[in-house]
Write a protein that binds this ligand. Sequence first.
Ligand code: AHM
Ligand code: MG
Length: 311
Amino acid sequence: MEKPTLKEFVKTNNSVLGEQFAQIIVALQSTAVIVNSKLARNGLIAEQGSSGDKNVYGEDVQKLDEYANELFTQAFLSCNCVYSVGSEELAQPKLSGHDGIYSITHDPLDGSSNIDTNLPIGTIFAVYPKSETLLQKGSTITASGYVLYGPSLMLIYATKGSVNGFTYDPKFGDFILSHPNIAIGSKKIYSINEGYWELFHENDQNYLSSIKKEGSYSLRYVGSMVGDVHRTLLKGGIFLYPSDKKHPEGKLRLLYEAAPLGFLIIQSGGSAISNGTNPLDIIPAKHDQRVPIILGSKDEVEKYLGFFKPQ
Ligand code: AHM
Ligand code: MG
């Protein structure tokens, strides 16, 4: 039997979420293709590099960040089923003006410091039931996932209890189911910016020293959360961005990075932890709230918790 396209898959497998959810996936996939074709010309185009602006958090904004933010935000807002859209690049969520049943958060180009060196980057998204505020627990997420702009273009998304991956086939101009029913892998790989060793808390240093002594772990760190989480999902292991002396709250954002990817890893049979609690149980106090995040296979997260001390 032929492998289904993403549209066919959503229709068959997410029928309980209705035609409206399919609308969001269609918006997502067509925008991903446009952004991907822009990224494919990275290095040749004027949008490369820093825009010279700072985003709402005072960080350097890459021109392609702005481009992707505009495209994804508008694509979501134009869906009748979408009520509001929040983005890492926007100070406040935007209302669509429709009486939609969903609210969406996204990080339009995560890992954007990798843009200029042509390394994998991604778009992270989460779909929530409509709410007047985006400051909701991750446990209310209906679906979350990411687009990976790598050697191939992929879209991976999770709904309760199910994670599936689709690869874009440029020959047919469509996303095809390439990774059905993903269960997190079991390889021993740890992924952390170990250059911050001197900044790490003692318990994190003790954990890292201990797994290194085992002699069976590989270290892999892309520096793009989508790339690192994608490898962790398919191969297994653990991804860590803990708090440290320079990032007392962690670096990654609860709403745009930690909750969507935590939800996805948990649906694949893995675990996610933020300061000893499930990140999906945290109500964000503000849109740009940062949290420590550790996610991976259940065994690996369990092992990490053996060293955990609240900070
Ligand atoms: P960004 O949203 O500015 O791209 O920052 C998020 C990225 C993540 O993709 C990645 O996991 C992390 O920052 C890497 O940070 P560091 O360079 O401190 O290791
Ligand atoms: Mg990001």
